[in-house]
Design a protein around this ligand. Structure first.
Ligand code: SF4
Length: 694
């Protein structure tokens, strides 16, 4: 894209899925600064606010460590610079050779939740149309796949039901759980805290005393891995005491009796035994939520990343339906999603095994015919491999080639020793990214790509709002736009893609994806530019601020009724024992983002938190003979790491916390490969470990 000496554009933050809008400045091709938009109506999620990452984090784009030329591994196993033609030809020929010898499904693709909708759409199209493989997935598998599965089963759509400002910002009460909102979604947390200061009730259930708990009317510490127990316990108390919304349940739902029966076992005593929640705290939380006119239920990975992740979220949906708190302003079920475009690129665009763009079923003949007509190839009807399954199959030698775009499984997978061995076993790995990631070090070809301050495109934030992204910087060296790279590969493999601009890709998306049917760049760029929230069925549809307006009687099922689905929990996959007596949980810090590839390259962010650490409760530290600031070895059955101890009562006795952002002291050397059977999401939040002072 041609940029002038100095540019300024309204764009969307490339970090978390709050989707803050701001103006970004650029000079001579570098991103140089961020300032609030002049008109706050153009920033519906954040108005004037940004957090420290949004404000200063763009500096990573100017890093000297950016990949600038294609790299190809030579016969000595070293990377050497290659021309684009050489690199792309090699990718095309290696992928085709593997497929010719071992079948189309011997290769798999990972799309990115960081790139744009248009780029994600093309990666799944490349997988299904060009390669003909059913193996396409992305890192949403590892964060909110259990949310999507549970909300689809109960409400019909696997997405946030409401809006950030008008609903989450205006609720009368909140139940926040498994979310370190202050650090992971800072601007969203600010809206909640402002509303709590104005009188809203905040109830926080979490194993760790996260920042948002400091503002709570009630903070209840829970045992990691037993969320179904306390949520079912809340439902039991609410129903037993006639606090449920009988009219709503009668009018808008099915299956309540089965849930009523299921929750009978979750007596206050049982809940205390399993989840560590005292009966009086269960009672006060239930009464606070039942008394409120409107309630928002907010959660993140503390709920989803569990071997019972789907069950946790079924229970949460059951609770919201029991209270009649879905489908009206100020209320709703609010998954706080992580990456900037995980809603769009990680789900809506069909980068999922067994789900075409817009969550359409490839086994549905009518749907498959629509795509066949548009693409000239019928998409595979069978579901393909999920991310962890791809790595296991690579390990077994059944998956032989991978195209990984903007993802870093060598650091993000549980038990990364296993993930790295799987990547090493691949016959051919191509990684498209902006830095030499831990995954890229295992690649045969590396393709240098552009990043958010260098792109035209759209992101869809956690409230389903599709917003424009615009460039103020240019990619370094010969690095290219992701959509251009995927197009070049498709054309080398015999197809004729001829997109000139991401707006043309969005036109194709709106033709094929009913929930994006009315989305176009013209609309996104017109008027007050507040984005469009899906479903947006056609060019006259205004978008859907909150889903399931139950006054109109519509949940997303043929009969318009929501479904209660009984949830059951059980124990986490690994419990403390004599050899590994401590429970490890993991999460995020304010100054970093995901596997840290981006934020570890920003000096200003590293100056706040520059290395990994382990939080240890003072009495556990005493027992172990560990002092604050000392280095310790943390070991699980999978591996061990050395990290600095932070002695704090944010964690309870016997429980540890380590952030997920660092390669040195990588927490996923310790985590376990235990998965939710419904979605394949790993149980990152509970692992058994031991600690020894050095
Ligand atoms: Fe960006 Fe999220 Fe911070 Fe907003 S809250 S500025 S979207 S990282």
């Amino acid at each position: 894209y041609r940029l002038g000496k100095i540019d300024k554009e309204e764009t969307t933050c490339g970090f978390c899925a709050v989707g803050c809008r701001f103006e970004m400045w650029g000079k001579n091709g570098d991103a140089t600064g961020v300032q609030p938009v002049e008109d706050p109506t153009k920033a519906p999620a954040n108005n004037f606010s940004t957090c420290v990452k949004g404000k200063f984090g763009h500096e990573f784009a100017n890093s000297d460590e950016r990949l600038t030329e294609p790299l190809v591994r030579n016969d000595d196993g070293e990377f050497e610079t290659a021309s684009w033609d050489e690199a792309l030809d090699r990718v095309a020929s290696e992928l085709r050779a593997i497929q010719a010898e071992h079948g189309v499904d011997a290769v798999g693709c990972l799309a990115s939740s960081k790139g744009s909708n248009e780029e994600a759409y093309l990666v799944q199209k490349f997988a299904r149309q060009v390669l003909g493989t059913k193996n396409i997935d992305n890192c949403a598998r590892l964060c909110h796949s259990s949310t999507v599965a549970a909300l689809q089963q109960t409400l019909g759509y696997g997405a946030m039901t409401n809006r950030i400002n008008e609903d989450i910002g205006e609720a009368d009460a909140y139940l926040i759980t498994g979310s370190n909102t202050t650090e992971s979604h800072p601007v969203l947390a600010t809206r909640i805290k402002q509303n709590v200061r104005d009188g809203a009730d905040l109830v926080v259930f979490d194993p760790r005393e996260v920042g948002i708990a400091e503002h709570a009317d009630q903070y209840t510490r829970t045992e990691p891995g037993y969320d179904v127990a306390w949520i079912n316990g809340l439902i039991r108390y609410i129903v037993e005491n006639d606090l449920h919304d009988e009219a709503f349940i009668e009018r808008n739902t099915k299956g309540f009796e089965k849930v009523k029966e299921k929750v009978q076992a979750f007596t206050p005593e049982k809940v205390e035994e399993l989840a560590g929640v005292p009966p009086e705290e269960l009672k006060s939380a239930a009464e606070t939520l039942a008394d409120a006119e409107t309630v928002v239920f907010g959660w993140a990975m503390g709920m989803t990343q569990s071997s019972h992740g789907t069950q946790n979220l079924l229970a949460m949906a059951d609770l919201a339906l029991t209270l009649g708190q879905v489908g009206k302003p100020g209320a709703g079920l609010s998954p706080f999603r992580g990456q900037n475009n995980v809603q769009g690129g990680g789900g809506d665009m069909g980068t999922l095994p067994g789900s075409l763009p817009g969550y359409q079923d490839p086994a549905d003949a009518e749907v498959a015919e629509t795509f066949e007509e548009a693409w000239g190839e019928r998409p595979p009807a069978e579901p393909g491999l999920k991310v962890p399954e791809m790595l296991s199959e690579a390990h077994e030698g059944n998956l032989r080639g991978m195209y990984v775009v903007g993802e870093n499984p060598a650091l993000s997978e549980p038990d990364i020793q296993h993930a790295e061995a799987a990547l090493e076993k691949l016959e051919f790995l191509v990684v498209q990214d902006i830095f030499m990631t831990e995954t890229a070090t295992h690649a045969d070809v590396i393709l240098p790509a552009a990043t958010s301050p260098e792109k035209h495109g759209t992101f869809t934030n956690t409230e389903r709002r599709i917003q424009r992204v615009r460039p103020t910087a240019t990619p370094p060296g010969t690095a290219r736009q992701d959509w251009e790279i995927t197009q070049e590969l498709a054309n080398r493999l015999g197809y004729t893609w001829d997109y000139d601009h991401p707006r043309e890709i969005m036109d194709e998306i709106s033709d094929l994806v009913p929930i994006y049917g009315g989305v176009s760049y013209d609309r996104l760029e017109s008027g007050d530019e507040h984005g469009l929230q899906w479903p947006c069925w056609d060019e006259d549809h205004p978008g859907t601020p909150y889903l399931y307006d139950y006054e109109d009687g519509e949940f997303n099922f043929d009969d318009g009724m929501a479904r209660f689905v009984p949830a059951d929990g059980g124990h986490p996959g690994e419990l403390p024992d004599e050899a590994y007596p401590l429970t490890l949980t993991s999460g995020r810090v304010l100054y970093h983002w995901h596997t840290g590839q981006i934020t570890r390259r920003v000096e200003g962010l590293m100056s706040h938190v520059g290395e990994s650490f382990v939080e240890i409760n003072p009495s556990t530290a005493d027992e172990l003979g560990v002092a604050d600031g000392e280095y310790v070895r943390v070991e699980s059955r999978r591996g061990d790491i050395v990290v600095k101890a932070t002695v704090t009562d944010r964690v309870v006795e016997g429980t540890l916390f380590i952030p997920m952002h660092f390669a040195a002291g990588a927490v996923n050397k310790l985590t376990q490969e235990n998965f939710d059977p419904h979605t394949g999401i790993p149980e990152y939040k509970v692992s058994s470990v031991r600690v020894e002072p050095l």
